[in-house]
Design a protein around this ligand. Structure first.
Ligand SMILES: *Cc1c(COP(=O)(O)O)cnc(C)c1O
Length: 401
């Protein structure tokens, strides 16, 4: 079947919970994907940072293939021989004591909420049922009912209530707002160090460090959702590293699965993670042998520092070029190989710009209104990146004409 037929069939037989660009991908390698007609595109979305190490990364695929032939699933009812190495490697990468593996990002966020609440009752001494968690405006932490209940995006939230209580929403980027929202029942502050879905919003310098200090002073856990910002994307292993901030809990996902399988985790020290006992939380697939083998390969790549360095160097190059795009660009934000670009709305919606880029062989995703974001795999070459910005420049020039 050709693209058109596959799209028609997909739309008629699947829920319309996405509005994909009209491209049907059938193979990929590195930063490039190929559609069913054989046309190639530069992937500047990278599965929302799930593909930081590129499509078909040889080290990750080798690890996955070897594991596929040997052992794929045991459940946590038994130990398996890939588990110890994965949890050791990931806790060392994070500088923490313990890992709780899950599958998707939303599950890891849910896990962090459960750990923080239980810690609040058992360690901090919050009265039963009274725990609250401070969260940010314009957050994106996933799609479960608890998580969308504290979303401020009507599209994500409306129609899905009633919601779990116990969340306080404050303005992102204001440490003062965090301080004011905290009371004796606050167990955690949950934030994205850079807000991805909101349009790659980078908070003001010093914000993360200030939130860290407020959390420490008030005996509140700082929970960093690094699902999209972490694992090399910003030029450091974690986006929190830019302010030398160490949260109490790291929430990880996306790139941890190497673009192969969903792998997520919460990582924390024993005084926090220790509140979870047998039977109190779990996942049938969490920490399965295939996930651990893939996760291990990802951790191995991050240990070299090579990907973080690429994100730093290519990111500097990308941001220099974007700063130079001229009229048509209202604002550019980001860090490392990650950019949110606000296009002058009179030139078109983010969707229209994305479609024009697609026709020129560059795949990006719009967010709210006229913002597009660039987040290519960290293996992208400088020449390809340069070419992608040329395409954006041409699209803006055409839109102005
Ligand atoms: C993608 C994302 C999630 C949710 O991850 P899923 O695997 O889609 O459940 C949570 N938080 C952030 C910051 C994300 O980018």
């Amino acid at each position: 079947m050709n693209s058109e037929e596959l799209i028609r069939l997909s739309e008629s037989r699947s829920a319309h919970n996405y509005h994909p660009l009209p491209v049907v991908i059938s193979s990929a390698e590195g930063a490039w994907v190929t559609d069913v007609e054989g046309k190639r595109y530069l992937d500047c979305l990278a599965g929302y940072s799930s593909l930081n190490f590129g499509h078909s990364n040889p080290e990750i695929l080798t690890a996955a293939r070897e594991q596929l032939d040997r052992l794929t699933l045991t459940s946590r009812a038994f130990y398996h021989d890939r588990f110890a190495e994965f949890v050791t490697g990931l806790s060392e990468l994070c500088g923490k004591d313990m890992v709780l593996p899950m599958n998707t990002g939303a599950e890891a966020v849910e896990t962090a909420i459960k750990v923080a609440r239980k810690w609040g009752y058992e360690v901090k001494g919050v009265a039963p049922g009274q725990a609250n968690i401070v969260v940010m405006e314009d957050n994106f932490h996933g799609r479960t009912t608890t998580i969308v209940g504290f979303s401020t995006d009507p599209e994500s939230r409306d129609g899905f209530g009633p919601f779990s209580p116990g969340f306080r929403v404050v303005k992102y980027g204001s440490a003062e707002a965090v301080r004011e929202a905290i009371d004796e029942n606050t167990v955690a502050v949950l934030l994205e160090p850079i807000q991805g879905e909101a349009g790659v919003l980078v908070p003001p310098d010093g914000y993360l460090a200030a939130v860290r200090e407020i959390c420490t002073d008030n005996n509140v856990l700082m929970v960093a959702d690094e699902i999209q910002s972490g694992l090399g994307r910003t030029g450091e292993t974690f986006a929190c590293d830019h302010e030398r901030v160490v949260p109490d809990l790291y929430v990880l996902g996306k790139a941890l699965g190497g673009g192969v399988v969903p792998v997520s985790a919460v990582v924390a020290d024993a005084d926090v993670m220790g509140v979870i006992g047998p039977g109190q939380h779990g996942s049938t697939f969490g920490g399965n042998p295939l996930a651990c083998a893939v996760g291990d390969a990802v951790i191995g790549l991050l240990r070299t520092g090579e990907y973080q360095a690429r994100a730093r160097e290519l990111g500097a190059f990308l941001h220099a070029r974007l700063a130079d795009l001229g009229p048509g660009v209202v604002a550019v934000r980001g860090r490392g190989l990650w950019a949110g670009i606000d296009i002058d709305p009179s030139l078109g919606t983010g969707r229209q710009i994305s479609e024009a880029l697609m026709r020129r062989g560059v795949l990006v995703k719009d967010t709210h209104g006229s913002t597009i974001r660039l987040a290519p795999p960290l293996v992208v070459s400088r020449d390809d990146l340069d070419w992608a910005v040329d395409q954006l420049s041409a699209v803006l020039r055409e839109a102005r004409a």
